[in-house]
Unconditional design. Structure first.
Length: 154
């Protein structure tokens, strides 16, 4: 089966699970956008070159001053993905925006596995959004090292 078709099936199944009807990839961008709790905007894109689904979410911007503590925390969380459950925290240099990303091969997923991937990703996005909004100042909302398994699904 064509990998884009497989990605489309995963999205359609996920939309039905959410009771919003089948979701679909845009024919122009190979992507689909979902909004959770009015503040988490999840972009799901099919990358035909790697045959992967790429999940991404904009978390907020670095503080204009004294960003180093937050940057150090983000970098530490990325090390072996201990505090991101397999996702990667990224910096958009031009804007200072922090973005969470995760990719997975469509051939390794079925409907329930994709649901777990999205659920875990959104949970990480919510937690890291709070952390970025706090500017890295200890409100404890970021996952602690070793607090959860490092993989999104198994």
């Amino acid at each position: 089966m064509d990998k884009r078709d497989l990605a489309s099936q995963l999205l359609a199944h996920f939309g039905n699970t959410l009771t919003v009807g089948p979701l679909a990839l845009s024919p122009d961008t190979n992507s689909c956008v979902l909004v959770f709790d009015e503040d988490i905007v999840l972009n799901i894109e099919f990358d035909p070159g790697s045959e992967r689904l790429v999940l991404s979410c904009y978390l907020g911007e670095l503080p204009r001053q004294n960003a180093e503590p937050l940057l150090r925390e983000l970098m530490g969380a990325n090390l072996y993905w201990h505090r991101t459950r397999g996702a990667t925290l990224c910096l958009e240099e031009g804007t200072g925006g922090v973005i969470l990303t995760y990719h997975c091969s469509v051939t390794e997923l079925d409907g329930p596995a994709f649901e777990r991937v999205v659920e875990n990703f959104v949970n990480q996005a919510e937690s890291w959004s709070r952390r970025v909004a706090a500017g890295g100042q200890g409100d404890g909302s970021a996952p602690a090292a070793g607090s959860s398994s490092p993989a999104f699904y198994a």
